[in-house]
Write a protein that binds this ligand. Structure first.
Ligand SMILES: [Zn+2]
Length: 245
C-alpha cells in the first residue's frame, strides 16, 4: 500500500476521469472499465478505479468481467471499485445490472474499498440496493446532476457526490452548489475536454470561498472517503450474488 499515489495539499483532485492527462498540481483518479481490458501497467503510477460500467455489460461477458474485477483488487494503485451501477437508458436488463452491481459491492466489501457509482434515472434502484446491502465502505455517485432535494437525500444516506462537469459549469447549478454542506462533495472531468481548475473556480465562486479553501475541503473529503475501514467480517447475510465462495 505504501506505493499508493495520493493527493498532496494544494492539488486539484479530479475524482473521475478517463484517459486523463497528468498535469502539475492535479491529482487524477483514472476510471478503468473492465471491458476495455486495459492493464494498470498501461498507466504506471496513476491511481485508478476498476469496475464494470453498465453500458458495456451483457450476459455473455458478465462472468469474465466479474473475474477481472476480482483480479484487479490487489494492485496498490487500485483505489476503488467502479464505475458500477444502474442505467435505465442504456445497458442490459435491470436484473443483470442489479446482480452485477451487487457482486461488485461484495468485492468492494471484501477488499475494503469504496464504490464509484454510475446512476442514470435509477435512484430507487440505487437506494434500495443500499438499503438491502448495508455496505460498510463508502459510496460515491459520479456525474451527479439533479435536484437539491435528491442531492440532500443521497447525502443523508451517507453517499458522496461528484458532480457532472457540464452541469457544474452552468449558471443553473449555482443554487445546488452553494446549498450543499462541505463534506462529501467532489469534482470531476469524466474525461471531457475541460480543465479541472476551471470547474474548481466556478464552484468556489458559487460557494463564495477561495479555490484554496475548496481544495482543502475536497482533500478532507477525499481522506474521509478513502479512510481505511475496519477489517472485513461479514457481508449481508443471505446475499445471493453467487460471488462469495
Ligand atoms: Zn466515467
Amino acid at each position: 500500500m505504501t506505493e499508493m499515489n495520493l493527493p498532496q495539499p494544494g492539488d486539484y483532485i479530479d475524482m473521475h476521469t478517463h484517459r486523463g492527462k497528468p498535469a502539475e498540481g492535479v491529482f487524477l483518479i483514472e476510471s478503468l472499465m473492465a471491458h476495455e481490458r486495459k492493464s494498470p501497467d498501461d498507466i504506471p503510477g496513476v491511481t485508478y478505479t476498476y469496475g464494470i460500467h453498465p453500458w458495456f455489460l451483457n450476459e455473455n461477458n458478465h462472468k469474465q468481467l466479474i473475474t477481472s474485477v476480482e483480479n484487479s483488487v490487489s494492485h496498490p494503485n487500485m483505489i476503488a471499485i467502479g464505475e458500477a451501477g444502474f442505467d435505465k437508458l442504456r445497458g442490459p436488463s435491470a436484473e443483470l445490472q442489479l446482480k452485477t452491481f451487487n457482486e461488485q459491492v461484495a468485492i468492494a466489501e471484501i477488499c475494503r474499498k469504496p464504490v464509484i457509482i454510475h446512476c442514470v434515472k435509477a435512484w430507487d434502484e440505487l437506494l434500495s440496493a443500499q438499503k438491502y446491502l448495508k455496505p460498510s465502505t463508502s459510496w460515491m455517485i459520479h456525474g451527479f446532476r439533479g435536484s437539491v432535494e435528491m442531492a440532500k437525500q443521497l447525502l443523508s444516506k451517507g453517499m458522496h457526490l461528484s458532480f457532472w462537469f457540464d452541469y457544474v459549469m452552468r449558471a443553473e447549478s449555482t443554487g445546488l452548489m452553494k446549498s450543499l454542506p462541505h463534506n462529501r462533495i467532489f469534482l470531476e472531468t469524466d474525461g471531457a475536454d475541460i480543465d479541472i481548475r476551471i470547474i474548481y473556480e466556478k464552484v468556489a465562486r458559487d460557494r463564495a470561498i477561495s479555490v484554496d479553501e475548496l481544495k482543502s475541503i475536497v482533500l478532507a473529503n477525499f481522506n474521509e472517503f478513502f479512510a481505511p475501514k475496519p477489517p472485513f467480517t461479514s457481508f449481508r447475510a443471505g446475499f445471493k450474488g453467487g460471488l462469495i465462495h
